[in-house]
Every structure is written in structure tokens, then in C-alpha cells.
Design a protein around this ligand. Structure first.
Ligand code: IPM
Ligand code: MG
Length: 365
């Protein structure tokens, strides 16, 4: 920790987005403001429009001003985007485009999604306690390539007036190499295991993926590399999730497997994520969950994934690990006190709303 008097200043782009986004962001900002003086930090939060909120205000899910704000910040804290009222818009105008545009626009190719079963929440999982107890894995998902971005893509007119929907799953060697390195380096700081997940028994794109991951592996002799086909990986994550340390995978498989990882922990409302680019670029930190419009504005949302995303921002984006740990410890403390939002509630616990969870966090800090 810095012992000089002048605080370290950070400009944070804050994108509350839609649904429960604004409520969980409010709790998170309060937590960041509370820890700032303790660690000589000084945050300037600048709010931007993204997702449905941006569509309503400007017609564009990711206005240029928002991308600009993010580019000129030290980190981006995003809540969630999307909602039924925008679902009928054409794909390119939907709230989700804000996310894809931010990922591509900021070059955030590495998505880190840790799933750790907190002892306090073993009973919140739908799986047996003996299966999930002790699970501690990290999904490293490639985020700016694969089928999400491959060309050609679109809905084209085909034969006999029948339309044809097309997406292309493509990876170049450099794209595979750089995400593989992120996974190997992460494993070096964990338990030294990478499981690369692909569909190399069917897809050429996966054959190249496996070939490149195998080629990179010798540079990390302290890491053990294994491979699984994605269907088997999905099964293994439910059957015996403790076997995994780092899961390295592409964009689409990572999207799916990280939802499974989330449910191991009992609720997707608990999972943070970090999206990172090349060293020195602005990182984006957001919960894995969506905007949950069904519970928006009812003070029912679980703010912990957002709060833990702020901790990831401190750790991976701003290199402030002590402040990150303080937030993570506060989360463990409120859970140990039995505070639970509805999604993680179990008998005997104290059911609280989003705001009360925020107040409990502030007290724990
Ligand atoms: C996620 C989400 C997004 C994705 C959607 C909302 C575009 O599911 O971050 O996992 O598919 O990447
Ligand atoms: Mg997803």
C-alpha cells in the first residue's frame, strides 16, 4: 500500500445499463466510495449510457460518447443491459450490441470468470454439497473472436426465396495464442492446470485451436494441460467440478460454460467477471448475470456479483489488490452473518433486499 499522503486517482466509467443495473451499481459505488479513503484512493465516477437506456435516449445501444468515455477512463464498470421492450429490434440495434461493441471497441479479448463456492453458500447450489464444496475454477473465455464476430454473418436470401441465417466460427492463430497465454499465466498463479475446451472432433476451427494451445504449452512447463470436447466439459462440470482449475475456451463455448460455472455457486447473482485487453488497455468489469427485468426496481436484486466485479476492477484493472481484498472480505462477512438476497436464500438465513445488502456491506467494511 502506498504510504504517501496524496491519493491515487482513478476515473471510472460507470454504465448502469438496464433492469437491475442501476440498483446494483448504486450499491457498488457506495462500497467503492467507502473503501477509497481507507486505501488512499480517489474515484471519479463518470456515468455513460449503454444498452436499452442508450437506445431510448439516443437510438443507439452504444453511443460514440460512451465508447469515448470508456476509452478515456482507467476502468469501466458495467452492470447489465437488455430487456423485453427492446427484444423485437433487429439484432444490430439490440441492447446486447453495447456489450459486443465495448468488447470489440476496447480490444477486450480475455474474459475471466472465476467461480468459487463460498463455504457459506454450499447449500444455495442445486447440486449436492459434496459435489460443489471446494470448487474454485476460472473460466478464461476468448471474447472478441469466434462465432460472435466471424464473417460472413447475417440473414441472407437463399434459394427459392428461403432465407438463410449465417454466422461463422473463426479463429486466427494470434487470437488463439494470446488467449492461451492468459490462461496459462492465470494457472501459474493458481493450481497449475489448464483444461482447454473445444470441439476438435468436428470443427476445423477447434482443430487449429487445439494445435495452437499444444504449441504454446511447452512455454509453461509448470502448467499441466488437458483437453475436453465441449459436450463432455459441460457434463464434467456438473459431475465433478472440483477437477477444474482454469478452463480455457472460445467465445461461444465460454458463454455457455460460464453459466454452468455460475450455477455451481448457487446463483448467477454471485459471479463477477473481468474483460481485459493487451497490457495497458482499459479493462471492463461486469457481473456474469443479465439485467433481470422481472425483478428490476423491486429491491430484490443481489448486488454481490457487481460488488465483486468492482473488486476484480481493483485487482486486475487498477492494481489495487489490498482494496480488492477488503471488498471480498466484506462480502464473506455479510454472508457469514446470514444476510441473503432471495436468489441465495436458504432456511435460517436473514432475507434482505438489494439496498439492505449494500448497507450490510458498508457496515462490514
Ligand atoms: C455474457 C452474455 C453476453 C454474451 C450477451 C448478453 C451478449 O451472455 O456476457 O455472457 O453472450 O457474451
Ligand atoms: Mg452469457
Amino acid at each position: 500500500m502506498d504510504t504517501t499522503d496524496s491519493p491515487r486517482s482513478y476515473r471510472i466509467a460507470v454504465l448502469p445499463g438496464d433492469g437491475i443495473g442501476p440498483e446494483i451499481m448504486q450499491v457498488t459505488r457506495a462500497v467503492l466510495e467507502a473503501i477509497a479513503p481507507k486505501f488512499q484512493l480517489d474515484f471519479t465516477f463518470v456515468e455513460g449510457l449503454a444498452g436499452g437506456a442508450a437506445i431510448d435516449a439516443t437510438g443507439d445501444p452504444l453511443p460514440a460518447a460512451t465508447l469515448d468515455l470508456c476509452r478515456h477512463s482507467d476502468a469501466v464498470l458495467l452492470a447489465a443491459v437488455g430487456g423485453e421492450q427492446w427484444d423485437s429490434l433487429p439484432a444490430r440495434q439490440r441492447p446486447e450490441q453495447a456489450l459486443l461493441g465495448l468488447r470489440a471497441g476496447l480490444g477486450l479479448f480475455a474474459n475471466l470468470r472465476p467461480a468459487q463456492i463460498l463455504p457459506q453458500l454450499v447449500d444455495a447450489s442445486t447440486l449436492k454439497p459434496e459435489v460443489v464444496e471446494g470448487v474454485d475454477l476460472l473460466v478464461v473465455r476468448e471474447l472478441t473472436g469466434g462465432i460472435y464476430f466471424g464473417q460472413p454473418k447475417g440473414i441472407f436470401s437463399g434459394e427459392a426465396g428461403q432465407r438463410r441465417g449465417v454466422n461463422t466460427m473463426a479463429y486466427t492463430e494470434p487470437e488463439i495464442d494470446r488467449i492461451a497465454r492468459v490462461a496459462f499465466e492465470a494457472a501459474q498463479h493458481r493450481r497449475g492446470q489448464v483444461c482447454s475446451v473445444d470441439k476438435a472432433n468436428v470443427l476445423e476451427v477447434s482443430q487449429l485451436w487445439r494445435e495452437r494451445v499444444l504449441a504454446i504449452a511447452p512455454q509453461y512447463p509448470d502448467v499441466t494441460l488437458t483437453h475436453l470436447y465441449v459436450d463432455n466439459a459441460a457434463m464434467q462440470m456438473i459431475r465433478n467440478p472440483k477437477q477444474f482449475d482454469v478452463i480455457l475456451t472460445g467465445n461461444l463455448f465460454g458463454d455457455i460454460l460460464s453459466d454452468i460455472a455460475a450455477m455451481l455457486t448457487g446463483s448467477i447473482g454471485m459471479l463477477p467477471s473481468a474483460s481485459l485487453g493487451a497490457p495497458g488497455s482499459v479493462g471492463l468489469f461486469e457481473p456474469v448475470h443479465g439485467s433481470a427485468p422481472d425483478i428490476a426496481g423491486k429491491d430484490l436484486a443481489n448486488p454481490l456479483a457487481q460488488v465483486l466485479s468492482a473488486a476484480m476492477m481493483l485487482r486486475y484493472g487498477l492494481q489495487e489488490p489490498a482494496a480488492a481484498t477488503a471488498i471480498e472480505t466484506a462480502v464473506l462477512r455479510v454472508l457469514a452473518l446470514g444476510k441473503r438476497t432471495g436468489d441465495i436464500w436458504s432456511a435460517g438465513c436473514d432475507r434482505v433486499g438489494c439496498q439492505a445488502m449494500g448497507e450490510a456491506l458498508l457496515a462490514a467494511l
